[in-house]
Design a protein around this ligand. Sequence first.
Ligand code: 13P
Ligand code: SF4
Length: 312
Amino acid sequence: MEALALQHKAEQNRVLRERLAQLKKERNAIILAHYYQRDEIQEIADFRGDSFLLAQKAASTDADVIVFCGVHFMGESAKILAPTKTVIIPDERAGCPMADMVNVEGLRALKRQHPNAKVVAYINTSAEVKSETDICCTSANALKVVNSVDSDEVIWVPDKNLGDYVSKFTNKKMIIWEGYCNTHDMLTIKDVEEMKRLHPNAQFVVHPECRPEVVAMGDFVGSTTAIIKYCKESPCQEFIVGTEDGTGYQLRLNSPDKQFHFATKYLVCPNMKVNNLKKVVKALETMKPEIYVPDHVAEQARQSLERMLLVK
Ligand code: 13P
Ligand code: SF4
């Protein structure tokens, strides 16, 4: 029975992939997918990446249509960086709870309390919040961005865990918002200890969105891309992975002979998994849902994103 269901699914996906290829040509579309997307989406993506690589790609593509497979703030960033392109997403319900933990009113109040501070926003924020900031960053460039601002004080929104990690390596005084990623924040010391007991030869690689005490256990700490690169280049053959489970697709593709154990079965972002192949095809068929960002918001937010892209 299960074999039959699998066969049926494989046939369905084959038909969907054929339709997708046709639509992509007709629309001159590019499909961008975050590493946390389902395998069936990463398989058909023209480009896979973390938040930083995807923002860079959106800013430089010559396609007319960007199908952004990730969460809402990523589609918004793509639209802001590529305002003449049509940006569509597979499902508008794919949001990011961490991004929703900071709003414009709260940020303005904090800015009033710290008038000399520059505001660094993790890219996991709404366009409105970005429009109130000086510069954006991702987990791939957070420390460089913080060090690049011309003030001793930095207001950091919204991820307290990444903020804590960056604060250990900078001389800037960081005023850190209390947001967090529901998925990464779920990982505990106990989970990692148990996995280390089961896999004593494995190295623990961890994303800085995890809790500080969990990050402190890491043999390697880095963004999704940095983790993927480290695992590929390391002579180690076995890893315990402390980031979202979709990353397994690229890890296994790069290093088919290595073993990857996700640190808990809960490292799954339900928001990222709202998207599927069928919805990608439907979005290109109907050209909906489309991302819109009001001009006045986009202009301000673009400055923050573009400043980030210039940081070396
Ligand atoms: P990166 O893509 O920067 O690794 O961030 C992880 C994440 O949680 C994206 O939502
Ligand atoms: Fe947001 Fe965390 Fe999901 Fe990334 S993994 S989209 S930060 S909830």
